[in-house]
Design a protein around this ligand. Structure first.
Ligand SMILES: [Zn+2]
Length: 321
């Protein structure tokens, strides 16, 4: 949070806006600033960036929705960790869906190493470690744009016609930050077998689950035949977004395809959770049908791309410029 209302014009808000626009490897200057936790009284647990350069409310929107006190401080939640106690969650409704439980595990894991200490919270420029801010440090960071960024990041374009939760999911998927079994084992959260929740034949990592797995292959063929593209073959999750560039369609139609691919990934992961946590089996045909209807619902609710009706959407025959 910055002490600035962006809707009110003035020098300070102009400065913040231009800082947000300037990015190095997809990271803006304000995202380089993080709260360094002392006693946890001043840093907002969900709203401020502290454990990573993205606030927890953006990383875990499913959980943030359930939080009783959205403005709670880090001390409100981690107070118990002074004595190695549990995190003091305060939920309106306890996380119970497979998605929410998986997010809770990831979030818990993320904050577990954080301990409160007896000094005030501070803010620091964070570049692989906290640094006292100076113009020189920021300049060095800005120049690194030209020589290749040292900050691990991805170029992810947010798709405007689909919900935030799908965009956040895709962004995490591209960063390999979703709780697949391989990811959970590498963080010592689970032990033992890590076979794919769908086929049980290979290790469950993002590249297998979203490209090589039979379930994913079936899904991508279903999507390709719906949108009338040649069969889609993928080798890595990064290839998913490349499909759009290879399509030679108009800008608007590309944006629609981009959203559909993201919704497909989100739905595939949901199906995996349904299978692992609720023993519900879905097949690729059911997923494609779900993706068609969900994406149509979201498309209509944005009010963009007028003139696409359900019949046209179902057969992917319509006119958008
Ligand atoms: Zn598999």
């Amino acid at each position: 949070m910055y002490p600035c209302k962006l809707s009110i014009s003035g020098t300070w808000s102009k400065l913040i806006k231009s800082c947000k626009r300037f990015k190095v490897g997809g990271t803006s200057a304000p995202q380089m600033i993080r709260g360094i936790v002392g006693n946890g009284m001043d840093i907002k647990f969900w709203i401020d960036p502290w454990v990573s350069n993205t606030p927890l409310k953006v990383l875990f929107p499913n959980l943030f929705r359930l939080e009783r006190n959205k403005w709670c401080s880090v001390a409100d939640r981690l107070g118990g960790l002074y004595g190695n106690g549990p995190v003091s969650w305060s939920w309106r409704v306890y996380p119970s869906s497979p998605e929410q439980v998986a997010d809770l595990i990831s979030c818990h894991r993320m904050i577990l190493g954080q301990c409160l200490v007896n000094r005030a919270d501070t803010w620091a420029w964070y570049d692989s470690g906290p640094l006292d801010f100076s113009v020189n440090i920021a300049k060095h960071w800005a120049v690194s744009a030209r020589v290749g960024s040292i900050i691990p990041s991805i170029n992810f374009n947010w798709c405007k016609w689909i919900p935030l939760k799908c965009n956040v999911f895709m962004w995490r998927l591209l960063l390999d930050r979703i709780p697949t079994k391989v990811a959970l084992r590498s963080r010592n959260i689970i032990h033992g077998e890590v076979s794919c929740g769908f086929c049980m034949l290979e290790k469950e990592n993002v590249d297998h689950m979203f490209t090589a797995c039979g379930m994913a292959a079936g899904l991508w063929q279903g999507i390709a035949s719906w949108v009338k593209l040649p069969p889609i073959f993928l080798f890595s999750v990064k290839d998913i977004v490349e499909v759009v560039e290879g399509s030679r369609w108009s800008k608007n139609k590309k944006e629609l395809l981009y959203g559909i691919l993201i919704v497909a990934c989100w739905r595939l992961w949901k199906a995996r959770n349904e299978r692992v946590f609720a023993q519900k089996n879905r097949n690729a045909v059911e997923l494609v049908a779900d993706i068609k209807s969900l994406s149509y619902l979201w498309l209509c609710s944005t009010g963009r791309f007028g003139g696409v009706d359900w019949k046209g959407w179902k057969s992917f025959v319509f006119d958008v410029m």
